[in-house]
Design a protein around this ligand. Structure first.
Ligand SMILES: *Cc1c(COP(=O)(O)O)cnc(C)c1O
Length: 232
């Protein structure tokens, strides 16, 4: 079985090697510290996800609550799961006891529901605020202008901790967009918002992770470049 996977999923190993090399090269070039590589699992069967976990990519990113719930019990127990997709308030309860971070918080209403469900689960939840950095109508995320107000509102909640920012720069976006996100991150850190502990800038996907690292990202989220093209 393990041997079957080794040959059938060998391309994943090649991809991990290539991504890791590129990340290390970028870190040296741009003087970055540690950069976490997240495996984005949407549409990927759990066997492939577990293969990536076995080979060192223990951080998983989930987009869809339903899909996550159908796979989570099959995941390798070494995996750490963070939620990165658009999240409806009525679905928070399904993930509040099992994910370590919700990266896609873009409203006070959502943060309040996370606070409530985290309390029920007897824990606190780490969250990132998602910024709609390209001001795209089709994308979720709070506008850059509303970031400080939202962060201050969330800081009032007892069972939620702001630990980072997340963004999906538009495809082909100018590097200025990445740098703007970097500045927002540094600015917010400088504001020393109560109880916030801003450590992670989650930015960069298959097509732009090197650019993202250049502009301060320390968590990149990789799907296609790792598991291959999604067919949906
Ligand atoms: C799908 C997805 C990714 C990964 O995208 P790829 O281009 O396949 O690497 C990263 N972040 C989020 C929020 C996603 O939905």
């Amino acid at each position: 079985m393990a041997q079957n996977n080794e040959s059938e999923f060998g391309y994943i190993l090649d991809n991990i090697k290539e991504i890791t090399e590129n990340v290390n090269e970028a870190r040296v070039k741009y003087g970055s510290g540690e950069v976490q590589i997240m495996a984005v699992t949407k549409t990927v069967p759990f066997e492939k996800v577990n293969f990536a976990v076995e080979h060192g990519l223990t951080l998983l990113g989930e987009n869809r609550v339903q899909e996550y719930l159908s796979k989570k019990d099959s995941y390798d127990k070494r995996a750490e799961v963070q939620f990165i997709g658009h999240l409806q308030t009525n679905k928070v309860k399904y993930i509040a006891d099992s994910v370590t971070v919700i990266q896609s918080v873009d409203s006070l209403k959502l943060a309040q529901e996370i606070d409530k469900q985290a309390k029920k689960a007897g824990r606190s939840m780490d969250i990132f605020i998602e910024i709609n950095i390209g001001n795209e109508l089709s994308k979720s995320g709070v506008s850059a202008d509303s970031l400080t107000e939202l962060a201050c509102g969330i800081a009032e909640l007892e069972n939620v901790r702001i630990k980072g920012l997340m963004a999906i720069p538009p495809v082909g976006a100018d590097e200025k967009v990445f740098e703007k996100m970097h500045m927002l991150f540094e600015d917010l850190k400088g504001k020393n918002i109560d109880k916030a502990d801003l450590r992670t800038l989650s930015m960069g996907m298959s097509g732009d992770y090197v650019t993202a690292i250049k502009h301060g990202s320390n968590l990149i989220r990789i799907g296609t470049k790792l598991f291959g093209a999604r067919n949906y």
